[in-house]
Design a protein around this ligand. Structure first.
Ligand code: C5P
Length: 404
């Protein structure tokens, strides 16, 4: 799926109403659209749908209480409020709207809505009389005055058996509205500081075939490279993303070339002429099988040896071009991170190397990472952060080094 967004962080707030079951589908659809989702439920919502359902679809524990010692020691409510690019409350009950309109912060969800600087969207869902009540109307007007966006409600048959205005919008319609709002915000907030540049990014791991059904691969998810491609596009660059096999959605405005092997990645990079910035974020296999079998290898009781031959070093070749771009590479190390990375930067002719420690749950296939950036005459330590944020810092560092 070619999702219009990637790496956008959404808090889905669920308040107590029968439409809460539809919020499970909403979370699902937001994730399919490329968003990262955390779910926060009111106490009443948990009577309608078990938090476990939301945990299963979002892939993260659900937060229900404000003063949860364990959760507060991890991402506390202020950190969660800052984390979000948008908050969507669906369903928003009459009670939730009343509390929000009056600035209550008597549970986690209302507190987050007060504490966040991200846009808040509400998808009201209630009986038509409740929606039409002057108290609800006043709350609605007040919320709109406070900058909250209302999505719906729709008119139609209601769970209470009545027909009228108050039905929650369908999850797909809510997702469409959110995606549009986020895309608009991205464009409005982007600094076009890479406008007019061609940025080429390699991402993901490669697959080196052994035979038609087996291959040698690695743990790279492609997330860092995809985040860099997305960030470069947001900053106005023309971006080519050369990606090893990855299920990640293509970031908006990025031209994607899918490859499998290191040789294919190499050929794809070579086919590109002028580039201003090259980012080698791919975990390219150092070796490939010398002669992959053209038929499925049969099992036998004997040991099997595979002859491996070195793959071309893609980033080094780019750095050796006569008209070389600014070259950014990565170093994933299990130990001696600084020394090994500094040596690798020089050996491969990179202008900037982004080093990180891998192994023991660090680095690969995670949405966040910590990086040490090294260049000729300087360094930056970037503490554990979301890969989107890191991508931004990497391009900021590029500007710092090149002073443009
Ligand atoms: O030597 P090592 O694999 O640790 O180097 C990592 C850096 O070099 C990364 O930026 C990676 O994308 C790049 N690389 C490459 N081609 C290779 C091996 C690594 O571009 N064959």
């Amino acid at each position: 799926m070619n999702a219009p967004l990637s790496n956008q962080r959404i808090i889905v707030g669920v308040s107590g109403g029968i439409a809460a079951y539809k919020a499970v589908v909403l979370v699902r659809r937001l994730i399919e659209a490329g968003c990262e989702v955390r779910v926060v439920m009111t106490e009443a919502a948990t009577r309608f749908v078990a938090p476990l359902s939301f945990q299963a679809v979002s892939g993260h524990p659900v937060r229900t209480t404000l003063l949860d010692a364990e959760a507060e020691s991890g991402m506390d409510h202020i950190a969660l409020a800052r984390w979000a690019d948008a908050v969507v409350v669906a369903p928003a009950s009459a009670n939730l709207m009343a509390r929000l309109a009056n600035g209550f912060a008597d549970d986690l969800l209302t507190t987050l809505c007060l504490a966040t600087s991200a846009p808040v969207h509400l998808a009201p869902a209630m009986n038509r009389q409740m929606w039409a009540h002057p108290a609800t109307r006043a709350n609605r007007d007040r919320l709109v005055e406070h900058g909250v966006t209302l999505l719906g409600p729709a008119a139609g048959a209601q769970a209470c058996g009545e027909t009228g205005e108050g039905r929650m919008l369908e999850p797909e319609v809510i997702v469409e509205a959110i995606v549009e709002a986020l895309a608009d915000a991205l464009v409005a907030n982007a600094r076009p500081d890479l406008a007019g540049r061609h940025v080429v990014v390699t991402a993901g791991g490669t697959r080196e075939p052994i035979d038609p059904v087996r291959f040698i691969a690695n743990r790279s998810s492609g997330r860092m490279g995809f985040a860099l491609a997305a960030e470069a596009a947001r900053r106005g660059a023309a971006v080519t993303l050369i990606a090893g096999p990855s299920a990640l959605p293509t970031p908006a405005g990025v031209e994607r070339v899918d490859v499998e092997t290191a040789a294919e990645m190499q050929a794809a990079v070579e086919s590109i002429g002028a580039m201003d910035i090259f980012v080698g974020a791919a975990a390219v296999a150092d070796y490939r099988v010398a002669a992959p079998a053209d038929h499925k290898l049969k099992k036998s009781g004997e040991t099997l040896s595979l002859e491996l031959v070195p793959n071309p070093d893609i980033i080094r070749r780019v750095a050796e071009r006569a008209e070389r771009p600014f070259v950014i590479g990565f170093a994933a190390e299990t130990d001696h991170v600084r020394e090994y990375a500094a040596a690798k930067r020089v050996a491969k002719g990179m202008d900037l190397i982004c080093a990180n420690e891998v192994g023991a749950g660090k680095g690969f296939d995670r949405p966040d990472n910590a990086l040490l950036l090294l260049w000729d005459g300087g360094e930056h330590e970037l503490p554990q952060a979301d890969k989107t944020r890191l991508a931004g810092e990497i391009f900021d560092t590029y500007h710092q080094i090149t002073q443009d």
